[in-house]
Design a protein around this ligand. Structure first.
Ligand code: UD1
Ligand code: MG
Length: 443
């Protein structure tokens, strides 16, 4: 009984309690839609099938996860409650050629923090109980169903907050909406659910009570880590979940050898790659898809956006924003700079206040900067453009579009014009590492 046959994910709901439209499960959390975290939980069990119930704006949800080819989507046309949602999915599954085999695990699409270890433990308990459910003791029950136990501690059912008596409301053990069932029990009990309750919905939780009344043992294990119990019904919950997921992401990078000076002011999305030995300094935001090599320094106050790739040893610092920027190894852009749609070779210095102006008001254009180049402070490079290898721009140069500064030349002024070959002194200054002789340079 240790392996999941089918994992069902209930994700048809709307975010009505957010007072905003759209499917709750598409709300972004650290750069990834909420449901992505839950689908990953499902995958971690390596089940035979993953079946996700969608409803509100079902097409949008399916489109968002179109490349998760191992996930089957079933539409719940009318949202009549969690019990109804599971019944729709269960019936669809049973009718399909694969049918349902082995135990079923049920996850709710708004519980992104459940760990796969907890799910494995939940499944393992099917060897000693008819069904199992995850619960947690919490300081703030956030509208969750309360767990009812007999005097001896045996699980006997769940009461929803709306239905709970004042005494039951004081119970601090809540239902996390994560269950393992035998599929024959779902086939038997789901059709027996009714909607005679405050919400007029078919509550999946009632299946557990029915099993208990039948004399079957339901195992309800209390999770140790309360943070796994963060479920999202309101915008406040969404920000709690974001904080907890962010913490996990940062701890993951630290385990991979990334130094993060101040986790409290560091925001790194899901799906960012960072090499060992890299330092992330305070007040830094790194968005999804960014790749950072080894031994780089990022921050303080840096914003790295989609499509940005930093090779090994790159330094980007104070008030530098990069979008779709590919930066070669050892290149530095340390102060007050915007790098938009640009490719920069290795060993180049981007002076303070440089702007790569990628947008002409209608379209975005690309800029290329070669290796060992020197872009002087306050330069504006108007795209499309290029600055060749070892070329230099003077402080305040405005390099108008399509100027294409040739390799090894120095360009200065507004609009920037060629002074001919870059003076050897500036190249020498660069190679000797002396900061003082660089024209317009601040290091
Ligand atoms: C549910 C549980 C509650 C538990 C809590 C944990 C029931 C009756 N209550 O309450 O005991 O403490 O989760 O988070 O199960 N959904 C559908 N179709 C529907 C209704 C809901 O797919 O018709 C989905 C929602 O998208 C959501 C999940 O099921 O992902 C749970 O629904 P929600 O309305 O959030 O239930 P809770 O009130 O949180
Ligand atoms: Mg919920």
């Amino acid at each position: 009984m240790g392996e999941a046959g089918t994992v069902f994910i209930l994700a048809a709901g709307e975010s009505t309690r957010f007072l905003s439209a759209g499917p709750k499960v598409l709300q972004p959390v650290c750069g990834r839609p909420l449901l992505g975290y839950v689908l990953e939980q499902a995958r971690s069990l390596q089940p035979r099938r993953i079946v996700c119930v969608v409803g509100h704006q079902a097409e949008r949800v399916c489109e968002t996860f179109a490349d998760w080819q191992d996930v089957e989507f079933v539409t719940q046309e009318e949202r009549l409650g969690t019990g109804h949602a599971l019944r729709v999915a269960h019936d669809a599954c049973q009718a399909s050629h694969d049918g349902i085999q082995g135990p079923a695990v049920v996850l709710y699409g708004d519980m992104p923090l459940i760990r796969s270890e907890s799910l494995l433990a939940l499944l393992a308990r099917l060897s000693e109980a008819r069904a199992s459910v995850l619960t947690a003791r919490v300081s703030e029950p956030r509208g969750f169903g309360r767990v009812l136990r007999e005097a001896g501690g045996e699980f006997m059912g769940i009461v929803e907050e709306r239905e709970a008596t004042a005494e039951q409301l004081d119970i601090d053990e809540v239902n996390l909406g994560v269950y393992a069932f035998r599929s024959e029990d779902l086939a038997e009990f789901l059709p027996k659910l009714n909607n005679q309750n405050q919400k007029g919905e078919y509550y999946l939780t009632d299946v557990l009570g029915m099993l208990c009344r039948r004399g079957q043992r339901v195992s309800a294990e209390i999770l140790e880590d309360e943070r796994e119990a963060i479920g999202i019904n309101t915008l406040e919950h969404l920000s709690d979940a974001r904080r907890a997921i962010q913490e996990r992401i940062l701890l993951g990078h630290m385990a991979g050898g990334v130094f993060i000076e101040d986790p409290a002011s560091t925001y790194i999305d899901h799906g960012v790659e960072i090499g060992a030995g890299t330092k992330i300094l305070p007040c830094t935001v790194i968005r999804k898809g960014v790749k950072i090599g080894r031994n780089c320094e990022v921050g303080p106050f840096t914003h790295l956006r989609a499509g940005t790739v930093l090779d090994d040893g790159v330094e980007v610092g104070n008030f530098t924003e990069a979008k779709n920027a590919r930066v070669g190894s050892g290149t530095k852009a340390k102060h007050l700079t915007y790098l938009g749609d640009v490719e920069i070779g290795p060993g180049t210095n981007i002076g303070a206040g440089t702007i790569v102006a990628n947008y002409d008001g209608v379209n975005k254009h690309k800029t290329t900067i070669g290796k060992d180049a020197f872009v002087g402070s306050g330069s504006i490079l108007i795209a499309p453009n290029s600055v060749g290898d070892r070329a230099l721009t003077g402080a305040g140069a405005v390099v108008t579009r399509n100027s294409n500064v040739p390799a090894g030349e120095a360009w200065v002024g507004v609009p920037a014009r060629s002074l001919g070959k870059r003076p050897p002194t500036t190249e020498k200054a660069k190679s000797s590492g002396s900061a003082k002789k660089k024209p317009g340079g601040i290091t």
